[in-house]
Design a protein around this ligand. Sequence first.
Ligand code: ZN
Length: 356
Amino acid sequence: MLLVVIMAAVLWGIGAALGTPRRLRWGMIAGLWAAVVLTHLVLPLGHPIRMATGESPAFWLMLGGTVAIVLLYRAGLRRLRTRSAQAREAQPVRKPLFSGTELERYARHIVLREIGGPGQKALKEARVLVIGAGGLGSPALLYLAAAGVGTIGVIDDDLVDNSNLQRQVIHRDKDIGLPKVHSAMAAMLAQNPNIVVRPYQRRLTPEIAADLFADYDLILDGTDNFDTRYLANASAAAQGKPLISGALSQWEGQLSVFDPANGAPCYQCIFPNAPAPGLAPSCAEAGVLGPLPGVVGAMMAAEAIKLIIGAGHALRGEMLIYDALYGESRKIGLNRRKDCPICGEQGENDDQHIAG
Ligand code: ZN
């Protein structure tokens, strides 16, 4: 037995002296073990070599078995370790929804009980379309951007005009002549680079309305023409999306949330027919107080945030009227009309109106 141990030690020593890798040296010792076992199995009982190496193969077989078990156990352990490391690596690194800067920016929202972390997350994930980057669109777009609404679409085919700047505060003097959507986008991203703005420099038409609205959760209408208002109403109602609508005239503004999918009337319930030409003069004809769209547009943004986070009571089935000349505001109740071609009993399942 001692002979084998000495031989193993000599093998190890020679290997070490020659700089043989450890693995190879262990292999040589395993070879020695195999030779000893073979000797015991081949040579007859009582042979001098067998007597010198422990007489019976039992010891050597047990030694080999024990070493084999230890090696197998270690190999298994190593495999488990690599597998769990691989599993850790395979897990996608979850990027936090908000950066530290964003958390700091939205801190005054997050402390509000009605918003908090979940509300701010809902705002970030929300997609809001604003029709018109004019008087109402200016404050609405800026406040939605500042509030952290993640994706904001803005559609308008107009260019910034000198006469807009008395009230359309999203545009600057240097923007005169530029498309309003591009000027608005630049201002919004300058105010909050953590959002996505999608500009559509075109008029809202029946051909594009359905596809465009499908990309958004809710729509803000700040246009000044009735064709677009009726089209926006029909398209939003067809997709069951709320339409926050604002309008202005001289010193007075009004807003409401048209949402027939939630039992509220739609725009056409309240205004079944466009007024005859000349009866509803535009801002250009009648004039409008500069800060008035600021008041109403900011209220539209507030309604949008409430709808996104589900807080308070949105202006569904109600119209808020603000009279700047007398500093008065009042609310009137609005009712659905059964014969409304958009959301009434005949209109509900009729898709014809979307095209017209
Ligand atoms: Zn209706």
